[in-house]
Every structure is written in structure tokens, then in C-alpha cells.
Design a protein around this ligand. Sequence first.
Ligand code: SAM
Length: 190
Amino acid sequence: MNIDKILPFAKSLLIKAVKPGDVVIDATVGNGYDTVFLAELVGESGQVFGFDIQNEAIVASKARLKQKSLSERATIFHSGHEYLFKLIPTNYHGKIFGAIFNLGYLPGSDKAIVTRPETTIAAIQQLLEIMAPEGIIVLVIYHGHKGGAEERDSLLAYCQQMDQKTAHVLQYQFINQQNHPAFIIAIEKI
Ligand code: SAM
């Protein structure tokens, strides 16, 4: 298949936007796969700030970073991403070039603990204030679970009304796949 699948496409957007030494955000660390990817992308002089509300995710992501000897490059907050503005030290504000939200529930865990539209949107609004111009926010939207359709619809409505003078907003989606395939919304700050 020549067209990028959803996760490779999400990564390719971040690879374009982020350079060694940059500051980036993993808004939903979960098992830490994206955190490790971002820590590798920013290199030794970069920094990843990660967020998750579940202790299980904090433990798993820290263990994964440690196993890859990447712990120094990441600060993981046991907190909702809706508090990112106040948790990320102000000296990093304006220097953030990439962020990923992998929405939905933690695979292999409690499916009732899911990301929610109000908090996801609050985090996006805060991020747009503290990102650098040309920084990219990637939302990977899963919508087959309970609450997923509501989050999808709220995010689409919120993103579609963004002023085109402040952000470029892209939707990347396979439109002939069965069973609620995940899709991407990417927001590039202008
Ligand atoms: N990126 C992860 C990985 O590589 O394994 C998968 C993330 S999983 C699909 C979604 C995660 O979002 C869950 O671990 C869940 O606990 C977390 N989450 C839910 N609400 C959150 C919030 N308000 N702030 C931060 N994380 C949240």
C-alpha cells in the first residue's frame, strides 16, 4: 500500500515539524510508544512533556523510556492535559514544535477511562497559545468506543471553525473502511 496508514502519517507530520533540540508534547502517554518516538525525535538536547491521568500509564511509559535510556529527555506528569499551560514551565512556552493526542482508551486497560471532548479541546486551546509558529498538533481520533462519536463530533466542529488566519487544519481519513477507522486531524499554528 503506497498511501500512508494513519499512524505512519501521524509520525511523518511530526518528523517534518520537529528538529533535534525541540520541545514537544505527548498529551496522552498511555503505554509510552509515542513518548519514546518523540524522545528519539528531539534528541539529547530536546525535551518531551507527557501527560496521563492513569497511574498505570505513568508507570508503563516511564519503564519504556528507561528501557530505551531516554528518561532524561522526558518529564511525565500524572495529570490531565487540560492543565498543560500551568504545568509546562514558562521558559518552554513559545518553543513547542509538536504535540500528539492519541485519543480514546488505553489498550488492555479500563475502557471506561477515555479522553473527553471538553478536556481535549481545553488542552488544544492552551497548546495553541504556547506553541511556536509552524508547530503541529496531531490528533489521532478513535471513535468506535462508547463516547468516541461524541468526542469526534465535538472535535470536528471545534476544528472546522478555527480561523484560517491562525491555523491550517487538515483531516486525513480513509473513507471506505469498515468499523470506525481511526483518522487524523492535524493543526498547524500560523
Ligand atoms: N499514546 C499511547 C501509547 O503510545 O500507548 C496511547 C494513548 S491511549 C489511546 C489514551 C490515553 O489517554 C489513556 O492512557 C488515558 O488514560 C489517557 N487520558 C484520558 N484522559 C486524559 C486527559 N484528560 N489527559 C491526559 N491523558 C488522558
